[in-house]
Design a protein around this ligand. Structure first.
Ligand SMILES: *Cc1c(COP(=O)(O)O)cnc(C)c1O
Length: 453
């Protein structure tokens, strides 16, 4: 038999614990602050919008946090996800590098986001919450929370960035199929939305605005809480099943990665695959280079400022120390909608400052080209977001071809692109351009950072 191309774990090898990197940080993180008082947030303040189970995880410094049985029972439907050896891609690239990818597109919603949606829905359900509100950009997070809400019997209300709401009718249909309500943001259903519409009636929305609308409703209603799809510690925690499984699968393959690669929007899928490896190193193990890949048109980690900033447009959510382009910055409309957020997960930012993460950026055209090259070799069409990780993996494999080094590369294929065919239609039709962000707009947005002393 020829060498294997996929490494599968049995259901019984689904991790029992999430890995919390907070336990191993060489320096503690900066605490999130109340946006009004600018004082560190208490658990009680967070209870207005989040369930206690989630807040405990947000603040925990315990290394291993048990995954509740009912959450594992749902995750088992598609987890452990497969790890593939990209043999045909290696051949096509004529590289001595070994390329492995962890495939998160096997979830029912087609991306890693379901991993956290299920956990968040569970903690809300056990605390008697009736309704969840959230934001969604391209629709992957909204779809995942819609699915998780229907599994645990919760109503779900999704504010979808208006430009995507109009461009991606199938994502909306998916959410509605699972019983969720989907509203184009900015909307007239919230105070924040009405204020934005009064100033700019044609506003096409942003993630920051949609977050404001969803948080406002959760803060005003006792039976309603808010769920965030990335950025916060507990979301990154829930995604660590990806890296924990990959570590076992690489052992099966008798391989040790030299580098781990993930794309970064808010930072959750990258953290999910990379944190277990960074954690091993922080506890004295071997160092693996961890590469976070972002779009050149929204380069928070590579070009942003490490500072306290608002998470949303209306400035009602906690302020966090992170790499940011400024909360009022609206990124240009490139196709990787899941990567269009002004900030970055505080944990990813912190570890980047400490030198444990290497950030880099690529333009969208080279990412689509890499995605199609990958698809032709491996027969999976990646999500436009995931193409950024693919681009970096191919780049590294090409460097090995030049140098003759045989490095082992692991990357996270965070989702499939089957809901993103318009993006591919535009790319193949030659309609896409590389977009640049306006430096003057970032400068203006950064001038609006909250002052914290
Ligand atoms: C949302 C999304 C991302 C970006 O979000 P992160 O929190 O940075 O992971 C990346 N890939 C896919 C497929 C997504 O749906």
């Amino acid at each position: 038999m020829s060498d294997p191309v996929k490494y599968l774990l049995d259901e019984q090898h689904l991790p029992r614990f999430w890995y919390n990197i907070n336990a191993d940080l060489p320096e503690p993180m900066f605490p999130p602050l109340n946006p009004v008082t600018r004082q560190p947030l208490s658990a009680e303040e967070l209870e207005v919008i989040f369930p206690r189970g989630v807040i405990e995880q947000e603040m925990s410094t315990e290394r291993e946090i048990e995954i509740p049985g009912p959450v594992r029972d749902v995750l088992r439907q598609w987890r452990p996800s497969p790890l593939y050896r990209a043999r045909r891609l290696e051949q096509a690239l004529d590289t001595p590098a070994k390329i492995f990818y962890k495939y998160e597109g096997v979830s029912p919603t087609g991306s890693h986001k379901a991993n956290s949606a299920v956990a968040q829905a569970f903690y809300n359900k056990v605390e008697g919450v009736k309704r969840l509100t959230t934001e969604t950009g391209a629709g992957q997070w909204g779809s995942s929370l819609a699915l998780a809400g229907s599994m645990f019997g919760l109503e779900v209300l999704v504010y979808m960035v208006k430009v995507s709401f109009n461009q991606k009718p199938y994502r909306r249909a998916f959410m509605e199929a699972f019983g969720a309500r989907c509203i184009a943001s900015p909307s007239d259903t919230t105070e924040c939305g009405r204020k934005i519409l009064a100033d700019t009636p044609d506003n096409t929305g942003s993630l920051g605005m949609a977050i404001s609308e969803a948080v406002e409703l959760a803060a005003q209603n006792d039976d309603t809480k808010y769920a965030l799809g990335s950025v916060l510690n507990h979301v990154l925690l829930h995604q660590t099943v990806i890296g924990l499984e990959a570590q076992k699968q690489l052992e099966m393959a008798d391989a040790e990665p030299d580098m781990v690669i993930g794309c970064t929007g808010g930072g959750s899928n990258f953290a999910g695959i990379a944190f277990p490896f960074i954690g091993d190193h922080l506890r004295g193990g071997r160092k693996v280079q961890c590469i976070a890949v972002e779009p050149s048109a929204c380069p928070s980690l590579t070009k942003g400022k490490f500072a306290y900033d608002y998470g949303d447009t209306a400035q009602i959510s906690p302020i966090c120390k992170m790499h940011t382009l400024g909360a009022s910055f609206v990124p240009p409309g490139f196709h990787a909608g899941g990567l269009r957020y002004h900030g970055m997960a505080p944990l990813v930012s912190h570890l980047t400052e400490l030198g444990h993460i290497d950030p880099r950026s690529y333009n969208q055209l080279e990412c689509f080209a890499a995605g199609l090259q990958f698809a032709k070799a491996e027969s999976i069409l990646p999500a436009p977001e995931s193409n950024h990780a693919v681009r970096a993996a191919i780049h590294e494999a090409e460097k090995c071809r030049e140098s003759g080094e045989s490095k082992t590369i692991l990357f996270n294929l965070s989702g499939h692109g089957n809901f993103d065919m318009q993006a591919y239609t535009d790319y193949i039709g030659g309609k896409l351009k590389d977009l640049d962000y306006a430096e003057s707009e970032v400068a203006m947005a950064l001038a609006g950072l909250p002052s914290v002393d």
